[in-house]
Design a binder for this molecule. Structure first.
Ligand SMILES: [Zn+2]
Length: 113
């Protein structure tokens, strides 16, 4: 009698929690991988710069003030770095605030061959 009862309880409570835990771990792994991939392909090495500069000057929301267009206005080499000048159009996805023709300079080190 007692033996039968034990077996019944074990059977009923064992499989479910294990399955759920494994599934959620897989989901998190996939999600982390996906976020990493998207962040790398979208922002590359500029990710630190972007997180600092995406605060809207009008409504002060973070990650809403984004660059919509960028035009090259000049390019040159300076002290072993490739320097590119841009004029950019920015706008806020939250309140619609716009800034046009914002000057931007990007310096990239030229890799030695
Ligand atoms: Zn805004």
């Amino acid at each position: 009698m007692i033996g039968n009862d034990n077996r019944l309880v074990q059977k009923a409570s064992q499989p479910k929690p294990v399955d759920t835990l494994a599934n959620s771990i897989n989901l998190y792994m996939e999600l982390a991988w996906l976020i990493g991939l998207v962040a790398t392909t979208t922002f590359g090495w500029g990710v630190i710069e972007i997180s600092r500069e995406t605060k809207c000057p009008n409504c002060h929301q973070n990650f809403m003030f984004t660059r919509k267009r960028r035009r090259i206005t000049g390019q040159g080499v300076h002290r072993g770095s490739e320097v590119t000048n841009y004029k950019s159009d920015w706008s806020c996805d939250n309140c619609g605030y716009k800034e046009k023709n914002v000057p931007e300079v990007v310096e990239r080190e030229i890799p030695e061959e």
